[in-house]
Design a protein around this ligand. Structure first.
Ligand SMILES: Cc1ncc(C[n+]2csc(CCOP(=O)(O)OP(=O)(O)O)c2C)c(N)n1
Length: 669
């Protein structure tokens, strides 16, 4: 006999609380308190609000769910398991163990149903803004009257930690400005973080703050009041012009007689004795662990199964859409599969050696504008620097609260939120986002760059003003250590092209890239265009490094450089040649692409037999030793820059033909 619903729902909620606490206890590490406290919230979401299909976690029109408070992941794993995702009870029992799907924080691509990797607080909050932008954009491009292909919402659970992080403020401000009414965020206001009560550092009126950002704010005084939660969620859904924040007052580790309301339950197992007390409190058998009453299992399984019909209905709509709008449907399907329109690369411009000098940022702008019409899913913008980064798509509108079809994004001076939003956009199948600022300010975006690399997703980060060559803006704006630090991020591809033609191929690599983000690094200053008839072809950029100018004779030395310094070593090559020293010039726009080549190719560019090599890059020498070897040398930047015209800086720091020549000769002595 089925119990009355209210009782069953309570049993279901308490089951999740205990399951979460059991898993943390078994792992002997993790965060039980918040998962326990928010079980009612999870229950309401997964049983009554979220549209999802556990049998197809990627279903395009599913609601997105973000656990921005990623440490509370046992909450999410519990519901994924119970609603029928491919996440077994054994997976739950293996919480936080090697090779398990249930990592210490939710990881995209590891457990099914995780829409984004979270853990670094604030990121999930800001990723959601990207998800929301993406939904609005897809809807604007593909929805037609009677065909609401994309009408999903973005739900998130956020915490005190999220609210304290700066990126949240950036993202919330942007979301309010853009009127992203498809965002529904729940804020777990439990007054507890690791050091104890949040009173010790966090007293602002979060509701007033979010109202000021332009959000719709509601308050639910008790997280255990599922009726109030439901009402608030209904209101939030009805509010389509403003993003919604539902501030929910909760008691961390609710049900734990000695630990609820304390920081002690935030990040440590409750302890075997305390868990027994919790089980007694909820009327469960204190001796049983991982106990899921049959009726609870059945209840959530049925909730999950609704998703099959939900997706079937969508598929039927899409099939009709396909008949009526075959081109748009094909375009979406191709983009969602990660494929590119045939012939798009033919649009890449070719620059002539006789063309005037051109900064690679300028070349990048030309490339972007040449390919954008053929790549409808390429969207992007900058953090208030589009004139400097040359990233405006001239033929297209801006994305605004009135025009969701616009392809140019004005992220404002919010680099961190831009990076995180790009990740949310890149996680939405069918879109290829890019975002731009100065290379120096990549520092303001490192968390999302790293997370994009962890998630193996493909946003394109465009960074200009890439060295002391930017000149007078001085030390604060001149990157020195940024290339080395970006190159140290696993699974990130950094490309610093030497001229306009390499820039075109850099974009080709970035657009075609799968399985990780790309950083494109461009100059502010003009560079000569390398003659494609005289030198190695720019298409070799795809191999990461190539012989640009072969030595006239058996070479005595290899000169290596990236970006703007390639032109410098070409000049040095000529001068050395005139003095009877034969050198090979290698352009090395991307270490990561080079490392992917086979040993034979690598040896053909940098022969093991020739270890006399001089690398030149106006950046930290860190890491170059691998290519220059013990017998080589590196001309780089070992201090910060200076404020001065670029030509004076080149002389001051030794990036002159004469200095390169002298260093080369010194190596041969
Ligand atoms: C950017 C970042 N800084 C620090 C941490 C470490 N950390 C994890 S949880 C936490 C406290 C979070 O408190 P709160 O968000 O209120 O979560 P609750 O205690 O309610 O679970 C901290 C500092 C983190 N995960 N991310």
């Amino acid at each position: 006999m089925e119990k009355p619903n209210q009782e069953l729902e309570q049993l279901a909620i308490d089951t999740v609380r205990i399951l979460s606490a059991d898993a943390v206890q078994k792992a002997n590490s993790g965060h039980p308190g918040t998962a326990m406290a928010l079980a009612p919230l999870g229950h309401v979401l997964w049983s009554k609000f979220l549209n999802y299909n556990p049998k197809n976690p990627d279903f395009a029109n599913r609601d997105r769910f973000i656990l921005s408070a990623g440490h509370a992941c046992m909450l999410q794993y519990s519901f994924l398991h119970l609603t029928g995702y491919d996440l077994s009870l054994d997976d739950i029992k293996n919480f936080r163990q090697l090779n398990s799907k249930t990592a210490g924080h939710p990881e995209y691509g590891l457990a099914p149903g995780i829409d984004v990797t979270t853990g670094p607080l604030g990121q999930g909050f800001a990723n959601g803004v990207g998800f929301a932008i993406a939904q609005k954009h897809l809807a604007a491009r593909y929805n037609k009257p009677g065909f609401e292909l994309f009408d999903y919402r973005i739900y998130a659970i956020t915490s005190d930690g999220d609210m304290m992080e700066g990126v949240t403020s950036e993202a919330a401000s942007l979301a309010g400005h853009l009127q992203l009414g498809n965002l529904i965020y729940l804020y777990d206001d439990n007054h507890i973080s690791i050091e104890g009560s949040t009173d010790i550092t966090f007293n602002e009126d979060v509701s007033a703050r979010f109202r000021a950002y332009g959000w719709h704010v509601q308050e639910v005084p008790d997280a255990n009041d599922i009726h109030a939660l439901e009402l608030a969620l209904i209101n939030a859904k009805a509010e389509t012009q403003k993003p919604s924040l539902i501030r929910v007052r909760s008691l961390i580790a609710y049900g734990s007689p000695n630990k609820s309301g304390t920081a002690g339950s935030h990040g440590s197992p409750l302890g075997a004795d305390e868990i027994k007390l919790v089980k007694e409190f909820f009327g469960f058998d204190p001796e049983k662990s991982f106990n899921i009453p049959e009726e609870v299992a059945e209840y959530y399984k049925k909730k999950g199964e609704r998703g099959i019909a939900y997706e079937d209905k969508w598929k039927a709509t899409f099939a009709k859409y396909k008949e009526k709008f075959p081109e748009l449907a094909a375009e979406y399907e191709r983009a969602a599969n990660g494929d590119l329109p045939e012939g798009w690369a033919d649009k890449l411009p070719v620059f002539k050696g006789s063309d005037p000098k051109m900064a690679t940022r300028q070349a990048s702008g030309k490339v972007l504008n040449a390919i954008a019409p053929s790549l409808p899913n390429l969207i992007g913008g900058s953090a208030d620097l589009s004139p400097s980064t040359e990233t405006n798509l001239k033929e297209f509108d801006s994305f605004t609260s009135e025009n969701r079809g616009g392809r140019n994004f004005h992220f404002g001076i919010r680099e961190h939120a831009m990076g995180s939003a790009l990740n949310g956009m890149a996680l939405t199948k069918g879109l290829l986002p890019f975002g731009a600022t100065f290379l120096m300010f990549s520092e303001y975006m490192r968390p999302p760059i790293r997370l994009a690399a962890i998630m193996k997703i493909n946003p394109i980060f465009v960074y200009t003003h890439d060295s002391i060559g930017l000149g007078e803006d001085g030390t604060t704006h001149q990157p020195v250590e940024q290339l080395a630090s970006l190159r140290s991020i696993p699974n990130l591809t950094v490309i610093r092209p030497a001229d306009a033609n390499e820039t075109a191929f850099a974009w080709k690599v970035a657009v075609e890239k799968k399985g990780g983000p790309t950083v494109l690094v461009f100059t502010r200053q003009a560079l000569p265009i390398l003659d494609q008839d005289k030198y190695g072809k720019a298409s070799n950029l795809e191999k990461g490094a190539y012989v640009l100018s072969e030595a006239s004779n058996t070479h005595d030395l290899i000169l290596l450089a990236t970006g703007s310094e390639v032109a410098l070593i070409l000049q040095a090559q000529e001068k050395l040649e005139a003095e009877g020293i034969s050198t090979r010039v290698v352009s090395m726009p991307s270490w990561e692409l080079f490392e992917k080549q086979d040993a034979e190719y690598k040896d053909s560019v940098l022969p093991k037999a020739n270890k006399k090599r001089l690398a030149v890059e106006m950046a930290s020498p860190m890491g170059w030793h691998k290519y220059t070897t013990d017998e080589g040398d590196m001309l780089g930047m070992t201090t910060f820059g200076e404020s001065a015209p670029a030509d004076d800086l080149y002389k001051h720091f030794g990036f002159t033909v004469d200095n390169v020549v002298n260093k080369a000769k010194a190596l041969l002595q």
